[in-house]
Design a protein around this ligand. Structure first.
Ligand SMILES: C[S@@+](CC[C@H](N)C(=O)[O-])C[C@H]1O[C@@H](n2cnc3c(N)ncnc32)[C@H](O)[C@@H]1O
Length: 390
C-alpha cells in the first residue's frame, strides 16, 4: 500500500521529468545528453532510505513513512544524506543518528553541471571517485556505456549496495572498493575522471591516469566551507589546464589513510586587536573559496557559537599559530593570537582584494597543473594578475 508509488510507471516518469525541469530552471545549462541521462536513470532505487536532519540528529526516512512525500523528496533538487559516521541510513535506529554525514547523493543540479563539464561521449572510458549511492555512476553508464565506467568508493558497504542497485537496473560497471586517491592504474588511461569528494589539489595519480585531451572534473576545497569544481583538460606534456564551474560545491573530503585530526586549542591567550571583518564573512561560499587560496595548506578552521556569538578559530599545526576571531554584542569583532603569526590577517587581506576586484566569481579563475606545481590564477579587468600555489 505504502509503496504503490513504485508500481506506478507514469508517476515515476513524471517525477523524473519534473526533476529535469527543476534542474533546467537553475543556473546549470543542461545539455540534451545529460538531460536524457537524468530522464532514463531513476534516482529512487539508489536512495531507498536516506536521512533527514532535524538540527541535532539524522533521522532515517523510509518510503513506509509517507510514500508521496518520500518520492517528492527523492526527485527534488536536494542532496540526500545516506551515511552518517559510517552508518548507512538503512541500518540506522528509527530514533536517528548523531555525527557527521559521510556519504550522500549529491544535489542533482550540481551533478548535472559537473556531468556537463565532463562532456562524456559514448565509448569514453570513465573513472568516478566516490561511488556513494551509485546514482551518478548510473548516469555515467547511460552517457558512456556501462562497460566503460569504473567507480571507486572507500567504504565497503556502500560499494556492495551500489553494485547491487546498478545490477538491478541492468547496469554492470566496474564498482571497486579502494582509495580513490590512487585512482585505478590497472584501468588507465581514462578519457574522463570525475571526483564526487573534494580534494585540496588534484592528486598526481589522476593527472597521470587521464589520457591526453581527456577531462578531469573535481571539487577543490580546503578547511573552509566554500568549494569550487575544477574542470581541467589534460595536455600532451603531462600537465593540465582549466577553469572552475559556476555552481558552488562543498563536497565531503576525500578520505585517505589515517585522518589527521589536530587538537584545536580550546582557549587562546595573547595579543588582541580589532578585526576588520567578522568570522561570519566566511559563510559566503564565493569568498570562502577565494580566502582558502590565501591560507597556508596546513591551516585548519573551526566555526562555532560561544555565548550566542560567532567565533572562528584558525590553527596552523606547522608552527603552532592559533587565532580566534570573536563577534561582540557591543562592538566590532576582536582577534586574539597566540604563536608567531596572526592567521586572520591574510583573510582580511583576501577580503579587501576580493572587494577591490568586485567579488570575482569562481568561473573567472583558471587552474593549471604541472607535474611540479598546481596553481590558480586570476586576471583582473584592470590587468592585475594574482596567482596562488595550491
Ligand atoms: C558525496 S558522496 C558521493 C556521491 C555519489 N557520487 C552518488 O552519486 O551518490 C562522496 C563519497 O566519496 C567517498 N570517498 C571519500 N573518500 C574516498 C576515497 N579516498 N576513495 C574513494 N571514495 C571516497 C565517500 O565514501 C562518499 O561515498
Amino acid at each position: 500500500m505504502t509503496s504503490d508509488v513504485l508500481f506506478d510507471p507514469q508517476r515515476l516518469i513524471r517525477a523524473r521529468v519534473e526533476l529535469v525541469s527543476e534542474i533546467d530552471r537553475g543556473s546549470a545549462v543542461l545539455s540534451s545528453r545529460v538531460a536524457e541521462a537524468f530522464l532514463n536513470t531513476p534516482r529512487h532505487p539508489f536512495v531507498p532510505v536516506f536521512y533527514r536532519y532535524t538540527g541535532t540528529t539524522y533521522v532515517p526516512w523510509r518510503i513506509t513513512d509517507d510514500a508521496d512525500k518520500w518520492l517528492r523528496q527523492v526527485y527534488s533538487n536536494e542532496a540526500l544524506v545516506t551515511e552518517v559516521d559510517g552508518v548507512l541510513a538503512e541500518d540506522a535506529a528509527p530514533s536517528g543518528q548523531g555525527g557527521a554525514a559521510t556519504s550522500s547523493s549529491t544535489m542533482p543540479r550540481l551533478m548535472a553541471d559537473m556531468l556537463d563539464a565532463l562532456d562524456v561521449n559514448p565509448g569514453n572510458r570513465v573513472l568516478e571517485i566516490g561511488t556513494g549511492t551509485g546514482y551518478n555512476a548510473g548516469l555515467l553508464c547511460h552517457l558512456a556505456g556501462a562497460a566503460n565506467v569504473t567507480t571507486i568508493d572507500y567504504t565497503a558497504p556502500l560499494v556492495l549496495a551500489a553494485r547491487g542497485r546498478l545490477r538491478e537496473l541492468g547496469l554492470e560497471p566496474t564498482v571497486l572498493r579502494g582509495d580513490g586517491a590512487a585512482g585505478h592504474p590497472d584501468g588507465a588511461p581514462f578519457d574522463r575522471i570525475i571526483a564526487t569528494c573534494s580534494v585540496r589539489r588534484i592528486p598526481q595519480t589522476w593527472l597521470d591516469q587521464c589520457a591526453p585531451g581527456g577531462i578531469i572534473v573535481a571539487p577543490l576545497k580546503g578547511t573552509l566551507d566554500g568549494g569550487a569544481v575544477a574542470c581541467l583538460t589534460k595536455l600532451d606534456d603531462g600537465g593540465a589546464v582549466g577553469r572552475f564551474i559556476s555552481t558552488p560545491a562543498a563536497f565531503m573530503p576525500l578520505l585517505s589513510g589515517p585522518e589527521q585530526l589536530f587538537a584545536m586549542p580550546d582557549s587562546i591567550d595573547g595579543p588582541q586587536r580589532t578585526a576588520e571583518i567578522s568570522g561570519r564573512t566566511l559563510d559566503d561560499f564565493g569568498f570562502a573559496f577565494w580566502a582558502h587560496l590565501h591560507m597556508a595548506p596546513t591551516a585548519v578552521r573551526r566555526g562555532r557559537q560561544v555565548n550566542g556569538q560567532h567565533s572562528t578559530t584558525l590553527y596552523d599545526p606547522a608552527d603552532g599559530s592559533a587565532t580566534v576571531v570573536e563577534d561582540r554584542p557591543d562592538g566590532p569583532p576582536t582577534v586574539t593570537t597566540t604563536g608567531p603569526r596572526d592567521l586572520w590577517k591574510p583573510i582580511e587581506g583576501a577580503h579587501e582584494q576580493w572587494r577591490a576586484h568586485n567579488r570575482p566569481r569562481r568561473e573567472w579563475l583558471h587552474i593549471e597543473a604541472t607535474p611540479d606545481e598546481q596553481s590558480v590564477t586570476f586576471l583582473a579587468p584592470d590587468g592585475s594578475f594574482s596567482r596562488w600555489v595550491l
